[in-house]
Design a protein around this ligand. Structure first.
Ligand code: HEC
Length: 137
């Protein structure tokens, strides 16, 4: 009897640990990041800068302190969705979700997050659950 209670107590914990994946485990493959770099250069760099530094005026930096100020603790899904819904400002909702996902993979990689070791395929993590955690010091 005692044993059963112990097992029940531990099941939810191990389940939660295997179900949740952190941004530090790598969320996007190296291929996605490479594709995203190309798309970024074509679709975003004119305004947000070759180094994601912003244009010093309206276009926000997508790297470093300014990026984390706006995006820390928000989900990766939200960053992709915001990009798709608002960018480019004069023609939003024209970029595909795949392109926006690749570009966000690139932006996250430029901000110091690791690439995933393999393509996840069907077991891809739920991007709503992946939080843009502040950088490790
Ligand atoms: C024509 C110029 C232009 C292009 C092209 C453009 N952006 Fe932007 N972007 C802006 C401006 C201006 C803002 C600030 C909008 C605001 O504050 O309302 C912005 C804001 C953003 C934000 C929100 C920043 C924040 O921290 O809140 C993200 C994310 C973003 N852009 C990503 C992208 C991505 C990714 C692309 C390429 C797919 C892209 N943008 C293309 C001009 C541009």
């Amino acid at each position: 009897m005692k044993k059963t209670i112990w097992m029940l107590a531990f099941v939810p914990i191990t389940f939660a640990a295997s179900a949740s994946r952190s941004i530090w485990d790598g969320v996007f493959s190296a291929e996605q990041i490479a594709r995203g770099k190309k798309s970024y250069e074509a679709q975003c760099a004119d305004c947000h800068g070759d180094e994601l530094e912003g244009d010093g005026k309206k276009s926000t930096p997508l790297k470093g302190e300014a990026f984390f100020k706006n995006w820390k603790n928000k989900s990766v899904h939200r960053l992709i969705d915001t990009t798709r819904r608002t960018m480019p400002p004069d023609d939003p909702l024209t970029l595909s979700r795949d392109l926006c996902t690749d570009v966000v993979a690139y932006i996250l990689s430029e901000n110091g997050y690791p690439a995933a070791k393999a393509d996840f395929g069907a077991t891809a993590p739920d991007l709503r659950q992946i939080v843009i955690e502040p950088p490790k010091k």
